[in-house]
Ligand binder design. Structure first.
Ligand SMILES: *Cc1c(COP(=O)(O)O)cnc(C)c1O
Length: 202
């Protein structure tokens, strides 16, 4: 595992914060099981794993997330007054999340979403004039090969089809014209594919 190697080489760093807020899209085998990183905190005492629940559950409003770290670090946090930093609703959610049936249902939906997202990327890749880069997130880097500027393409998609995409003009190190396309619901993805095809035609 590359991460383990990286952590071994960074053992001199006091605190390493690993933000896993988007990890629910990642997987390590053919059946899309989640990657379990929490065990690493036992081996690497400088590691702090954090996860926001805002994105995968769509609950940014109730401000829930968690951190996993060594016992020493937990003690230091508690000594410094980090005991009462959640709300009743937040706690209610975490109790739901800790229930096995809840988690299993969540995990099935998660896998279904990944399957649909990967299918969407594959469909996008069939469109002429674009190159879709491999992704294990809910969005993909897409290169425009028809000679249009990414800003023009993004503006046209928004004005003509009501679909917002992000240009990647501000990303350092990219040479060419790129946009970022995120996967949504199955039906919305279909609309998006048709709109992109139509956009290249007209
Ligand atoms: C959204 C996000 C956060 C912040 O999440 P909140 O719990 O809503 O404050 C942190 N890290 C990453 C990677 C995120 O995507």
């Amino acid at each position: 595992m590359k991460l383990k190697q990286l952590l071994s080489e960074l053992s001199f760093v006091e605190n390493i914060i690993l933000d896993t807020s988007f990890i629910h899209f990642a997987y390590e085998n053919d059946v899309f099981d989640l990657i379990n990183l929490e065990e690493l905190c036992k081996e690497f005492k400088n590691l702090i794993i954090i996860k926001s629940m805002s994105k995968d559950f769509g609950i940014a409003g109730i401000r829930v997330g968690y951190g996993v770290m060594s016992e020493d670090k937990v003690s230091t946090l508690l000594e410094n007054g980090y005991l009462w930093n959640t709300s009743g609703i937040g706690e209610y959610f975490l109790r739901l999340y800790a229930r096995k049936e809840f988690f299993n249902q969540y995990n099935e939906l998660r896998k279904d979403y990944i399957r649909k997202t990967q299918a969407f990327f594959a469909t996008l890749a069939e469109i002429e004039c674009v190159k879709v880069y491999p992704s294990r997130a809910n969005f993909a880097l897409v290169e425009l090969l028809d000679g249009s500027l990414s800003e023009e393409f993004v503006a046209k998609m928004l004005i003509k089809y009501g679909i917002y995409m992000r240009t990647c003009r501000d990303k350092i190190g990219l040479k060419g014209e790129f946009v970022r396309i995120a996967s949504r619901k199955f039906e919305e993805n279909e609309i998006m594919v048709n709109a992109i095809k139509d956009c290249f035609r007209g």
